[in-house]
Design a protein around this ligand. Structure first.
Ligand SMILES: Nc1nc2c(ncn2[C@@H]2O[C@H](COP(=O)(O)OP(=O)(O)OP(=O)(O)O)[C@@H](O)[C@H]2O)c(=O)[nH]1
Ligand SMILES: [Mg+2]
Ligand SMILES: [Zn+2]
Length: 363
């Protein structure tokens, strides 16, 4: 298997230089379950385990290999390898993950407890945000995925699947156009083979594409179609509540005959954002350009005279749903910033204590 067909390029080549001529091989993580990894290299696939030193140095979840990562390995035998390092990521998606008690949901945001970044997939070029044109359609959720993708510097593409179940597709596309200016939107039906040729331009050698979206929208079904076989498990939607059961339980990287790599991800029930507040100026460009026109710089967009947001809401140029989505994401990212600060401080204290015990001096 050539490394190029796994997505290798000059960026990773450069990052691999410290490992060259030292008996290391470059490999890509294609599957991960707890402490077990499957990695793929020029020599084939191996079950990978982390080296003792790696585990000793890894501090937070983000330090561990994730699907899509390039790693430096040494082979033990025909089937096993040891992972020594993760090469710096070109891009990655992370969501907020609760890692300890004391947390609760408040207005849809996870607050309290300790949190960490959980990586869903890495080294990605294009992200397909999939939504079903059935009961699943939720504009607020698509807006959250857009923020997630944009904050990773990856190109988003919106896929509205199951257009066979919908007779007013153009209404949905119009709704998307309002929230996703400049992002390509396609309606498809994988079961009825409608518009499936849109993928031709995305399946390029050396590129990595990922499918994101809630459970049951058809991510694995689309990937099976592209791969030309029933490679991934898919499932019918439970008839009682119209919601998909979680069929895919972990991210997985697959290879397409074009040389493109495709990552399938599990549906996320409540996507909790992990990003900096600044990213909202991209996801909500329309709102930011309105706020620039408010008379007062510190306008709270409530009762102030000369508030451009208020005028746009009255004129129907901005919908209240869109404005509420913006406020809720802003609130969530502000809360995340505060929680991260507390968490980083407590981690720093813990590390200092450990280092003192080991005899290191804090500088
Ligand atoms: N009507 C219709 N059903 C579809 C279409 N695409 C997928 N489905 C059905 O949607 C259901 C869920 O598909 P999956 O591919 O398992 O969904 P998923 O997004 O991978 O779900 P998770 O793995 O749980 O995240 C299956 O029963 C599919 O047959 C489509 O274009 N039209
Ligand atoms: Mg799936
Ligand atoms: Zn205002």
């Amino acid at each position: 298997m050539s490394l190029e067909k796994l997505g290798w390029n000059t960026y990773f080549q450069k990052k691999f230089e410290p490992y060259l001529d030292k008996g290391f091989w470059a490999a890509r993580v294609i599957n991960q379950h707890k402490g077990n990894y499957i990695v793929c290299s020029e020599e084939g696939s191996f079950n990978g385990k982390l080296s003792g030193k790696f585990m000793y140095n890894a501090d937070v979840k983000k330090d561990y290999p994730a699907v899509g990562d390039w790693v430096a390995i040494k082979m033990v035998n025909d089937t096993e390898a040891v992972i020594y390092a993760v090469l710096p990521r070109k891009s990655y998606f992370a969501r907020k993950l609760a890692i300890s008690g004391g947390r609760k949901m408040k207005n849809g945001i996870l607050v309290g407890g300790n949190i960490e970044e959980q990586i869903i997939g890495s080294n990605i070029d294009t992200a397909f945000i999939v939504s079903g044109l059935d009961d699943n359609f939720n504009i607020g959720r698509i807006e959250r995925y857009i923020t997630l993708v944009r904050s990773s510097g990856v190109t988003p593409v919106i896929l509205l699947n199951k257009c066979d179940l919908c007779n007013n597709v153009s209404d949905y596309i119009e709704k998307i156009d309002v929230i996703a200016k400049g992002i390509a939107v396609y309606s498809i039906s994988v079961l009825n083979n409608i518009n499936m040729d849109i993928f031709d331009k995305f399946l390029c050698c050396n590129e990595t594409i990922v499918f994101l979206g809630s459970s049951g929208v058809g991510k694995s079904t689309v990937i099976n179609y592209l791969l030309g076989g029933e490679i991934l498990k898919t499932n019918t939607i439970s008839s009682s509540n119209g919601k998909g059961r979680h069929t895919t339980t972990g991210s997985q990287l697959l290879q397409h005959s074009s040389g493109c790599t495709i990552i399938d991800t599990p549906g996320i029930r409540e996507l909790q954002l992990w990003a900096d507040e600044d990213i909202l100026s991209e996801s909500f460009q329309d709102i930011y350009s309105l706020t620039d026109q408010c008379r007062y710089r510190d306008c709270a967009h409530e009762k102030e005279d000369g508030c451009a947001i208020k005028t746009a809401l009255e004129d129907g140029k901005l919908t209240i749903e869109r404005f509420n989505s913006y406020k809720s994401q802003l609130n969530e990212l502000k809360t995340l910033k505060d929680t991260r600060k507390c968490y980083d401080n407590s981690r720093k204290n813990k590390l200092n204590k450990i280092n003192k015990k080991r005899g290191y001096v804090e500088c």
